[in-house]
Design a protein around this ligand. Structure first.
Ligand code: ANZ
Length: 938
């Protein structure tokens, strides 16, 4: 019988659905195992072949664990709120709810087509009010908590208020932006508004005016990880800094735990390093400098307090609060002009290795607290407003940027660290001996750091301090398609919680954002629904819903809690998480933070949400180009076949031709060195790009011009060679391959195995259609093992031969260990070797085919289900037990020995592995070839 995936696969997919074989219960005698994929954002473009790479790997692993006796949770859902659906709505008038639902439907069909073992009964959609009710609930919990640095955990704001009432805030050690101290009496005498403002400085979800990344084109504020190189990650629009009143999450309170707990998760070192750098812990000191003629002080953060005797000037960030106050009338014009210049520059430009040093003098002076030296105060763009305190003491002798600044503006440089004993040491090594530095002279740097901090603390001029680069997360978006904040403001502007959850998003037909005005402000009735109050009109950002979805899968229908304690204590955490590195510092940081907060509240049983994490690489696309020649003499547009272009221009091709991408549907032999357009392909290309309808296409076979092909003698068609390049697979590159098409041609089993066969899962690799035939051939070979030429079944009840058992168990051993190592490509190779060897071996007894089918089932679930049923089973292969490796089958029962006479090899012979020395000798002596040499000797 011919192998027809088109018949087999849909049949079994319906069977699985109908029998709910992947449905998993929260109650089981079996140990749990939770395999999670990063849930997709359902975009309008649908899935391309790059998307399922991680899903296939996690599906194989889930199936493998299931067959090994684990109760496997393997869910899927959709990250369904977000900008693109809203942008699409603005362009097309189709409501985000409608387009999102359509996209989800398409994604599900595409995923189902690949035969994933998701338990769809647990599906989660972040835009579903039943889900976002709990996103809003967690937000309110964050709002009602502060971070206690004494107990190192989140605690209720109510406790904090009690302490304020009893003893003010002087003894409170909390993550906060509250700088002023107050007594209990002062607290009690404050009005509600002031009290509320103070509480905001402690809450884990709080509102503050701050500089935000404002994107005019998108009409919204963006988080730091949504901005790349000064432009929005989505759409590449310019982003500027602008002050706005926004909600934020105090993730910085958890910086130390987010850092330390990385030691306890099994993630790649590369990913951990990305998180560590993003958190950016620095040990140093805060120091207060007096200002001549002012009451206020400048607070600085330094990692090198030991160099304070070399601090010859200070630099404030141009946005620093004190700049306006300190600037003398003589310097005002210069400072104003400089600030204007800085405002025109993005943070990225400012942080870049500054080639040109810029700055301006305020006219004011500070006093170095250790040597009483009067030092000028400058402003400069290299000092960032959000890092440390936004002010530095500049030590030009040791800091490169300070040195460049001092050199340019002629400021004093005093050497304070003698590094002659440490040639080649850099600043970060913190090595050298102190000179010109008063009481620390002669000390080595580490000792000097400790001594200076002690001294500064004794003088009450500062203290040792740990600083983080991590910033609090901006949590407000001026957009429609997101979770509404369950917050209402009274007429004094004091926020209150609206605990009647879910607070559903109002229906709106018009949601074009205004400049800073959120679309929800257009829903007037909704905003003023509660008498005397106005609702918050910002919505939550994209990372809100994705910060806890993995917990909801544990108990998706719960209406009373985000998930029951029973479910949470059973599933605990994610054992294996598979997803892309693009979420390294966004989603993966936010969800760890939310999880830790819930842990502090005793609501989740583990400190970390994701035990093991694997980053799949990307499947790249191949982009096909044609060469449009630039410097032709005639006025016609002229394309050269790539072989002609190379012949004519060699390496200088870039100077003479522009590359125009071609839709890959028109290309023959796509992605190979033979890729080309034939006459038909050129016609399609012109139809697609009518601006080239008059162009001349020139190849070795002739010319195509004005709709006709003029061949050189003998040519019947054109091979207009295209140029192939590896790049992103994307709609804009016209090289998207839809998994549905591959499945239609080869079946899902071939598609799954082929994606795994492409290479190690963590690596990025191009989609290379050449290899797919090899995998298809393998699947058909496997099929042919159990079918005779005439199509009848070829399964015998015979006892398997030791050779066949050896082939099988070699494969079992390799595949089961390789799956555990997530080395799926090598598993596919082992299957190929196994099937080839079995084929050579001849017979196909059931005792071999059955375990092989079980072994292959996680990779090729459909064909294995079919074969398993042909073998006479009524149960699904996916609920059966995984084959167990038996070492004894690998043992050789005979060994080949050379037989030497007087040191010369005279024969080879097979001996039983358990033969004794005497037996071997006796047998050897009987061998004819040996007898010959022994004649007359014995
Ligand atoms: C004096 C000093 C002497 C410094 C020296 C460095 C070397 P990391 O490791 O990144 O934390 N700094 C502090 N706040 C800054 C800001 N807002 N913008 C730009 N630079 C800032 O670096 C901390 C060091 O970077 C601090 O230590 C400060 O310069 C500078 F030989 O103070 B240092």
């Amino acid at each position: 019988m011919e192998y027809k995936p088109g018949d087999i696969e849909p049949k079994w997919r319906s069977y699985w659905k109908e029998k709910e074989i992947y449905k998993v219960s929260n109650k089981s005698q079996n140990p749990k195992f939770y395999v999670l994929d990063m849930f997709p954002y359902p975009s309008g473009a649908g899935l391309h072949v790059g998307h399922p790479l991680g899903y296939i790997a996690s599906d194989i692993y889930s199936r493998f664990k299931r067959m090994n006796g684990f109760n496997v949770l393997h869910p899927m859902g959709f990250d369904a709120f977000g900008l693109p659906a809203e942008q699409y709505a603005i362009e097309t008038g189709i409501h985000p709810a409608v387009s999102t639902a359509d996209n989800i439907k398409r994604y599900k069909e595409q995923m189902d087509n690949i035969g994933f073992s998701f338990d769809w009964s647990r599906e989660v959609e972040t835009c579903d009010p039943k889900y976002y009710k709990w996103t809003q609930w967690i937000f309110l919990e964050l709002y009602q908590h502060y971070y206690c640095q004494q107990d190192n955990k989140a605690k209720p704001i109510a406790d904090l208020i009690k302490t304020f009432e009893k003893e003010g805030n002087s003894k409170i050690k909390a993550a906060s932006t509250q700088s002023d101290q107050f007594t209990a009496t002062e607290w009690k005498n404050m009005n509600r508004k002031t009290q509320e403002e103070i509480l905001m400085n402690y809450r884990l979800a709080y509102r503050k005016t701050g500089f935000v990344n404002w994107c005019e084109a998108l009409g919204t504020v963006l988080a730091n990880d949504e901005v790349k190189d000064g432009v929005s990650e989505r759409g590449g629009h310019p982003v500027i800094q602008r002050p706005m009143l926004q909600w934020s999450l105090r993730i910085t309170a958890y910086a130390e735990r987010l850092l330390n707990d990385l030691d306890h998760v099994e993630w790649s070192e590369a990913l951990k390093t990305m998180q560590r750098n993003w958190i950016g812990r620095s040990e140093g000191a805060q120091v207060f400098f007096d200002i001549v003629g002012h009451d206020q002080q400048i607070e600085i953060f330094t990692t090198r307090p030991d160099t304070i005797f070399g601090a010859t000037y200070m630099v404030l960030a141009p946005e620093h609060d004190l700049v306006a106050k300190l600037t003398t009338p003589e310097q005002r014009n210069e400072i104003d002009a400089y600030i204007k210049y800085v405002n025109s520059r993005s943070e990225r430009e400012r942080m870049a290795e500054v080639k040109e040093v810029t700055g301006a003098f305020t006219g004011a002076y500070a006093i170095n607290p250790l040597n009483e030296m009067k030092v000028p105060i400058w402003i400069g763009e290299y000092v960032l407003k959000d890092y440390g305190t936004g002010a530095i003491m500049a030590v030009p002798s040791d800091d490169e940027r300070d040195k460049a600044f001092a050199t340019k503006f002629g400021l004093e440089i005093i050497d304070v660290v003698d590094k002659t004993d440490y040639p080649g040491a850099t600043l970060h090594d913190k090595l050298g001996k102190m000179i010109n530095s008063g009481f620390i002279n002669g000390m080595e740097v580490p000792e000097a750091i400790t001594a200076t901090i002690k001294h500064i603390e004794a003088l009450d001029r500062g203290a040792g301090k740990i600083n983080y680069k991590l910033r609090d997360a901006n949590y407000s978006r001026q957009r429609y398609w997101g979770e509404p904040f369950p917050i209402i403001y009274d007429n004094e502007g004091i926020p209150h919680m609206d605990t009647n959850l879910p607070l559903t998003l109002p229906e709106l037909d018009e949601f074009k954002p205004g400049s800073g005005e959120a679309p929800l402000s257009l829903a007037k009735d909704w905003v003023h629904e509660i008498d005397g109050f106005a609702r918050e009109t910002d919505t939550m950002p994209g990372f809100a819903g994705s910060s806890w979805y993995f917990l909801r899968y544990m108990d998706p229908d719960n209406e009373d809690e985000f998930a029951s304690q029973e479910a949470l204590n059973y599933w605990r955490d994610v054992d294996l998480y598979v997803g892309g590195t693009e979420h390294a510092v966004g989603h993966l940081m936010y969800s760890r933070f939310w999880h830790k907060f819930l842990y502090d509240k005793g609501l989740v049983p583990t400190k970390e949400p994701f035990k093991k994490l694997i980053n799949q690489g990307m499947i790249q696309g191949i982009i096909e180009f044609v060469y449009l020649i630039k410097d032709q003499v005639d006025s016609d547009k002229r394309f050269f076949s790539s072989d002609l272009a190379t012949e004519r221009f060699g390496d200088n091709i870039g100077e003479h031709a522009t590359k125009i991408p071609v839709h890959i549907d028109f290309v023959q032999n796509y992605g190979t060195s033979e890729s080309c357009l034939n006459v038909e392909g050129i016609r399609k290309f012109i139809e697609w790009r009518p601006d080239y309808k008059d162009a001349i296409f020139e190849s070795k076979e002739g010319q195509f011009h004005n709709g006709s092909f003029i061949p050189v003698t003998g040519a019947s068609d054109m091979r207009f060679m295209t140029h192939s390049e590896v790049g992103k697979m994307s709609k804009s590159k016209y090289n998207v391959i839809n998994p549905d098409d591959v499945v239609a041609d080869y079946g899902a089993d071939t598609f799954r195995m082929y994606e795994m066969f492409l290479g190690p899962i963590e690596q990025s690799k191009p989609w290379d259609t050449n290899g797919i035939d090899g995998v298809y051939k393998f699947i058909r070979r496997f099929w042919s093992l159990i079918h005779k030429e005439d199509g009848t079944l070829n399964i015998t009840e015979e006892k398997p031969s030791p050779a066949a058992l050896k082939i099988l168990h070699t494969c079992i051993k390799k595949v089961s260990t390789d799956i555990e190592r997530f080395s799926f490509n090598t598993c596919v190779s082992s299957f190929m070797v196994c099937v080839n060897d079995l084929k050579k071996n001849g017979a196909s007894p059931k005792a071999i085919i059955e375990p092989l089918t079980l072994l292959l089932a996680p990779f090729a679930p459909h064909i294995c289900e079919e074969v398993y049923s042909l073998l006479g089973h009524n149960e699904s292969v996916h609920l059966a037990e995984y084959p167990i490796f038996d070492e004894s089958h690998l043992k050789e029962d005979s060994v080949e020995y050379p037989i030497c006479i007087n040191g010369k090899k005279r024969a080879v012979h097979h001996f039983a592995t358990d033969a004794s020395k005497d037996d071997i000798e006796a047998i050897a002596l009987e061998i004819d070839a040996i007898q010959k040499w022994l004649e007359g000797v014995q």
